[in-house]
Write a protein that binds this ligand. Sequence first.
Ligand code: DGL
Length: 277
Amino acid sequence: MSGDKGDVRPLGIFDSGMGGLTVMRAVRRALPQERIIYLGDTARLPYGTKSADTVTRYALQAAEHLVARDVKAILVACNTASANALPALARAFDPLPIIGVVEPGAEAAVAATRSGNIAVIATEGTVRGGAYRAAIHARMPYAKVTEIACPLFVALAEEGLTQGEIVRLVASRYLDPVFGAGDARPDTLVLGCTHFPVLAEAIQQAAGKDVTLVDSAETAAADLARVLAARGLLSKGPAESPQFLATDAAARFARIGQLFLFAPINEDQVTLVDLSA
Ligand code: DGL
């Protein structure tokens, strides 16, 4: 595997749907020589409203599928799966490097805040376990962390509905109670779900121009690059085009996925797979 070309095995990235493509974009920028297999569990989305046990089972199946395709590392490009299933994934696939997005998101938030007053928007499943609160407090014990579950944002993003009145109204409904609070307003807002960056404009408008929006994409990609380098797993390329796997609706994945990846996806690049088989 490792030779003149380095380790040319692919990287596996997965999410419940298309949100993880926002992270894949950052990975392609940070590691342009790597081949990527992206898996979106579109048949079972959303993960964010499901129990921790179910999310863990789905995440284990997704990782298992990627491992069968000989990936050299896995990036869990889903905050809900990272918050609920990372220890189970690490145990099941040790010593395969498995990187989540919650710790990198917390890292980005702590780097951005000046006041230590940080808000996190995420799915119910991420907010439930307090994973962001814990990850931020581990780095900044005095931080004030407010977590807000915003499940409707996932549906809007998967619809490709990223702008306009409905998005603005939903954003206000979720954010006004926290960002309308005068002096106590957070100065930093973590997009703690990989679906949310495509709604950034409306979210920024509802939070206010002075609020810094951060997500985990860049920091997670940097973490992945660091781990690959440390373990001698980097490829020297050249990269082949990425492969996309979805558990349902390949045409829809290609059509809407482009909004998340900011790059074209052809339907014939998307293969349907069954994770429960
Ligand atoms: N994109 C996922 C996350 O980062 C989950 C969205 C969902 O399936 O509810 O949490």
